[in-house]
Design a protein around this ligand. Structure first.
Ligand code: HPA
Ligand code: ZN
Length: 339
């Protein structure tokens, strides 16, 4: 395969995306039109101005804009189109299964309640599932800059929508908000049968990954790239097959790494860790899932087999029943042998 053929091959490969914040898929054009619709005052008047503001130097500088952007989402139709746009993108990128983070605490300050966003999201998901068989899991993502009691209250408010969420997660500012602050939250979610994931080791130290595993009992780590600072941790993650949902374009845009050449994801893969590739906040970081795969292709020029391994990991790490997982793995194997 020449380079152009390999790019096309990677884009067509069936894959799963496990780390994507739905508000992170809000494109500038829709942000502006919704601001107009709802009379929300944003400090931008054009798409170019919005794009110019996406000049981040760390996680917090991004989060400030991200929460501001999401403040334009107000009614059920807004949430329907936000979800539908992303699911259409899944179809285009051959993301046959996706796991999407929903963050109620972002919407509540604007008077938006659970029913409003969940009805919009569920309508889009049902349509995508009926039309092209899109597989979707939702993750109830709490915000770690808020008090644990507030997160526990959201878990309680989610009760009427319990059927819609497979897992809980924890996102937002990592530094100064260690995992042990949320021990009661994770214990409560576990007792209610949620699967558990958490952002750890993006800007926070490797220690936060250890605590997430030992004190919270999570099954998966979002980001986790700073495990490279701790050999024993990398060995543990490999031995225990704890997946990392890694987001290459996010990490370079938020300056976790200055260039893609410094990114350790393929080194971690070679060391035996179950790493997966994800887009995090695609509208803000310069690309959806295939753009992340292609950034690795352009930077490291790995063999086609590496991409198949990454896609296989994405299904292995998914919060799926084993029969569904096996079906996706078979689809990938068939695709590979036909390719
Ligand atoms: N890290 C933490 N919180 C987030 C992120 C992230 O990369 N994206 C959206 N919320
Ligand atoms: Zn994230």
């Amino acid at each position: 395969m020449n380079k152009a053929e390999l790019r096309d091959w990677v884009c067509r490969m069936p894959k799963a995306e496990l780390h994507m914040h739905i508000d992170g898929s809000l494109e500038a054009s829709r942000m502006l039109s919704l601001a107009k619709k709802h009379g929300v005052d944003l400090p931008y008047t054009s798409e170019a101005e919005v794009q110019n503001a996406y000049d981040f130097h760390d996680l917090q500088s991004f989060l400030d804009l991200y929460y501001l952007g999401a403040s334009v989402l107000r009614d059920e139709e807004d949430f329907y189109f936000l979800m539908m746009d992303y699911l259409e993108r899944c179809r285009a990128d051959n993301i046959v299964h996706c796991e999407i983070m929903v963050e109620p605490q972002t919407y509540f300050p604007n008077g938006v309640d659970f029913d409003t966003f969940m009805k919009g999201f569920e309508r889009a998901i049902a349509e995508a599932n009926a039309t092209w068989g899109q597989s979707v899991v939702l993750i109830l993502s709490l915000l770690r800059h808020t008090p644990e009691d507030e997160c526990l209250a959201v878990l309680e408010q989610a009760r009427p929508w319990r059927h819609a969420f497979t897992a809980i997660g924890l996102a937002s500012s990592e530094r100064g908000h260690p995992p042990e602050k949320f021990e009661r939250l994770y214990a409560a979610a576990k007792s209610e049968g949620y699967a558990l994931t958490i952002h750890a080791g993006e800007e926070g130290p490797a220690e936060y990954i250890w605590t997430s595993l030992k004190s919270l009992g999570v099954a998966r780590i979002d980001h986790g790239v700073r495990c490279t600072e701790d050999d024993a941790l990398m060995d543990f993650l490999a031995e225990e097959k704890i997946p990392l949902t890694v987001c290459p374009l996010s990490n370079t845009r938020l300056k976790v790494y200055q260039t893609m050449h410094e990114h350790p994801v393929l080194t971690l893969l070679a060391r035996g860790l179950c790493v997966t590739i994800n887009s995090d906040d695609p509208a803000y970081f310069g690309g959806y899932l295939n753009a992340n795969y292609l950034a690795l292709l352009d930077t490291f020029e790995p063999s086609p087999q590496v991409f198949v391994e990454l896609a296989r990991n994405s299904f292995q790490a998914a919060f799926l029943e084993d029969t569904q997982r096996d079906a996706f793995l078979q689809t990938l194997a068939k695709w590979e042998s036909a390719a």
